[in-house]
Design a protein around this ligand. Structure first.
Ligand code: HEC
Length: 240
């Protein structure tokens, strides 16, 4: 009786656990990344160290591009999801992607449209040729949930050698003149220096209370990257 009930619960829990693991495993397999560090589904993909110039990375390049152009309020965000389309996570985005085949992918088809069905819709600007090519290449490379960190050394913390590179890879997609996340432009030294001086840069990347954690919708920067930013700020956030 009671024992039976316990047995039933244990069986149920075990079943759920197995289903969960199997599901996660499948998501991992689906990324087809040969175990080199891609993560599953909407989860946080583990970063591969070393960014190959021939690879387009979802976390570093595609998610910022889509977030900054498609998930603003009133479009395909968590609250609005216009036409039922929500593009805030890898899993959601993959509903419109045929991995390995950009021309069969809805996501790619809508961004290359030349009529009113184009996304982002007019009067918003279309993606640039470079941005379209990036999305196309990412899909054709298997549309993996991949993430890379360049080689990082805390002894290197000048603006040009460290800060600009991190921000260029992980922030500028959402913080540039045509897409000013939070009204902040990080595409120039002056823009970065402004948030360095007012404390928001460090507060957001270190995920301190009271700040929006950055990079938004992406894994936290590595400890090494956060330390480089901190050292650069402490040394006077110079344009060096
Ligand atoms: C996917 C888009 C996106 C990415 C990527 C992103 N940001 Fe943001 N950022 C935003 C938005 C939108 C806001 C406005 C606040 C909010 O919505 O959370 C913001 C706000 C901020 C703020 C103000 C935070 C505050 O609490 O006042 C800073 C500083 C900032 N971002 C820096 C960065 C840095 C540095 C990176 C890269 C490491 C980054 N962002 C990556 C979209 C993004």
């Amino acid at each position: 009786m009671n024992n039976k009930k316990v047995l039933f619960q244990v069986t149920l829990l075990t079943g759920l656990l197995i289903a969960f693991i199997a599901c996660r495993h499948q998501l991992l397999d689906n990324t087809g990344n040969g175990g080199t560090g891609s993560g599953g589904g909407g989860g946080v993909p583990q970063a591969v160290s070393g960014c190959s110039p021939d690879t387009v990375y979802f976390v570093n390049e595609i998610m910022p591009l889509i977030s900054s152009n498609c998930t603003m309020s009133g479009c395909h965000d968590n609250i609005t999801h216009a036409e039922g389309v929500n593009l805030t996570t890898y899993t959601n985005i993959m509903q419109y992607v045929v991995a390995g085949n950009a021309s069969a992918s809805k996501l790619y088809k809508v961004i290359i449209q030349t009529n009113g069905d184009r996304m982002p819709p007019p009067p918003m600007a279309a993606f640039t040729t470079d941005q379209k090519a990036k999305i196309q290449k990412w899909i054709n490379q298997g549309a993996k949930n991949n993430n890379c960190i360049g080689s990082c050394d805390t002894a290197v913390f000048t603006y040009n050698a460290a800060i600009k590179v991190i921000i260029g890879n992980k922030c500028v997609g959402c913080h540039n003149p045509s897409s000013l996340g939070g009204g902040i432009d990080l595409s120039t030294y002056n823009g970065v220096n402004t948030v360095a001086l007012n404390g928001r840069l460090y507060g957001s990347v270190a995920n301190q209370p009271g700040f929006s954690p950055m990079p938004k919708n992406s894994p936290k920067l590595s400890d090494c990257e956060i330390r480089q930013i901190q050292k650069w700020i402490n040394a006077g956030s110079l344009n060096n």
